[in-house]
Ligand binder design. Structure first.
Ligand code: MN3
Length: 253
């Protein structure tokens, strides 16, 4: 599905882990086009080609820019602690797998470190996309999409309202932690709404992620407590439809 990066080390890690999301990020960093993942060719998604390390991408706006919909304290903890943790553990998993290949760590731990690789690669990619899926209201956030994305939403869901109802219900119905998603399904060439658990990412299912909403409690509990539905409605007030449309265009090239 995705081209693998040129590095033999990373290729073997990916073959072991099947971390399609990570492969896409790596291909992005090397400037190569990965089928179905052209949207990931963006250095702002958190990879430093010079060091070969994944890095925490800065927020594209101030911590308090999404107030009152997403509060400043949640954004600080979510970005600086949670996302940073996924980046640190993703790099750590790659290091551990390299040591397994070198015989420095018991190969019996391959299952543990492969799980760590997939979980944290998903966590890193999901959040890197998430920050850029939002923008301050009145400065790119909120409203509704236009152009080809709007036409595709009408075609595949009937109307924007029907899409939104479906999208909020998909996110609201996640049992435990996970994400609601709008994805592009490249086989049929159509949009789909779905949800995924923990840090699963659509690239594992051949779906190109366009818009995800984090429904882990850390994303909303400080302001919304158990009212996930209220958080989801607030999220729609800060969706950056211009960025989602850019990803939609990239996914189809
Ligand atoms: Mn999160």
């Amino acid at each position: 599905m995705l081209e693998q990066p040129a590095s033999l080390d990373r290729r073997s890690v990916l073959a072991a882990g099947g971390a399609a999301a990570l492969g896409a990020l790596s291909a992005c960093a090397t400037g190569r086009t990965a089928s179905g993942a052209a949207l990931l060719q963006n250095p702002e998604l958190g990879f430093d080609a010079e060091s070969g390390r994944y890095v925490l991408p800065p927020l594209p706006y101030a911590y308090d820019a999404l107030e009152p919909h997403i509060d400043e304290q949640t954004m600080r903890i979510h970005h600086d602690k949670h996302h940073a943790g996924y980046v640190r553990k993703l790099n750590g998993a790659l290091d551990a797998l390299a040591k397994i290949r070198a015989g420095e760590i018991d190969s019996g731990l391959i299952d543990h470190w492969t799980h760590e690789l997939n979980f944290n690669a998903g966590g890193h990619l999901n959040h890197a996309l998430f920050w850029r899926s939002m923008a301050p209201p009145g400065a790119g956030g909120g409203g509704r999409p236009g152009g080809a994305l709007a036409e595709a939403i009408d075609r595949d869901f009937g109307s924007f309202e029907a899409f939104q109802t479906h999208f909020l219900a998909a996110g609201g119905s996640v049992k435990g932690s996970g994400w609601g998603w709008l994805c592009y399904e490249p086989i049929a060439g159509r949009l789909v709404v779905t949800h995924m658990h923990n840090q699963e990412n659509g690239l594992f299912a051949s779906l190109v992620p366009l818009l995800g909403v984090d429904v882990w409690e850390h994303a909303y509990y400080l302001r919304y407590q158990n009212r996930r539905g209220d958080y989801l409605k607030a999220f729609m007030q800060v969706v950056n439809w211009g960025e989602v449309a850019r990803r939609f265009d990239a996914a189809r090239t």
